[in-house]
Structures are given as C-alpha cells and as structure tokens.
Design a protein. Sequence first.
Length: 195
Amino acid sequence: MTDAFAPAIAALQSELSDLERKSKELKGTINVLCKHAGIAEMYPNLSSERNGTAITSIRADTFYGKPINTAAREFLEMRKAANLGPATPREIYDALIAGGFQFDTKSDQVALVSLRGNLRKNSKTFHKLPNGQYGLLSWYPNAKPAKNGDDSDNETKSAASSKPAAEDVSDEEPANHHEGGSSDDDADEDGDPLG
C-alpha cells in the first residue's frame, strides 16, 4: 500500500465509525418503540453491542513493519476485545492492509494465500474453526492444535520471507481476476471469495 491511500482509508474509517454509531442509535430507538408497542425488542443484543469496543483503533500504520504473525494476532485480539471473535482470512488480510502491513508478493491473491498459509502453519497461535474462520488457540482451551501444521510459533517470520506452498498458488490467474468479475475459480479452499 502506498502512503497516498492512507488519508482516504482514515477518512473512510471515520465515516464508518459515524455510521455504526448512528446505526446503534436507530436500533435503540426502534427497541424503545417496540417496548411501548408491547412487542419484543428487535435488537435484543444492543446493550452488549454498545459495551463492545469498536475496532476503530486500526490506523494506517497499526501493522506497518510488524511480522505477519504478530499483526494477525494483534488484529484477532482487537476483534476479541470488540466482542467480534474469529475472522476469515479475507477479513484478516483486509485489516492488515488497512493497517499498513506490506506483503512482498506479486499480487493480492498471492498475498492472501501467503497469509492463509501462515495462519495454517502456526497452529500454536492460530486455530481454524470448522467454518473456515481463524481465532487464537488460547480462546479455545479444549481445542487441539492442528496436526498437519508446522507447530513452530515463529513470530519473527515476515511476509516478505513467507512463500506460499506450491499447491496453494497456480501459475494461472483466474479468468476474471482483473476484470472485477467473479467466477467459481475466485473462491479459496474455504469457499471465501478472493476478489
């Protein structure tokens, strides 16, 4: 990511925070009206939603210069603090990019595959849920680390030195990759759209 995008990202994050605040206010008003009408609240979890901390602390340099595993772990910890829990590899990737993390890869698709490989290999830190999302292993005390991953907790490995496994990347790009379209080839192994 170039520095030219940082102000735009920060402005959009600010606008998103305002929209989220307004959304919570409207939900609260709807709940009050439901209560006066004698019907059940439409947004019963609103109080816990208000108590959670929004992930607004991701600045344009939050993850800049950090090792990939450290950045991913910190983002997941932010999600936990905001009562959001695990995330898909795409959500983690998007957050790292927004936070200034720089992948040393030839394309966004290869960077996402590299991230997914790091999450999978560091099973002492990250845990893949059956739905394809990742959380921190420490959140799931009864879960066992994956047996097929590399169990070394390598915090010093950076994205620049991480290379995706050969089976994770094909030499061909999906047909609609540059056209903004989506095809069945644009989904990863977890069914998560890449584009």
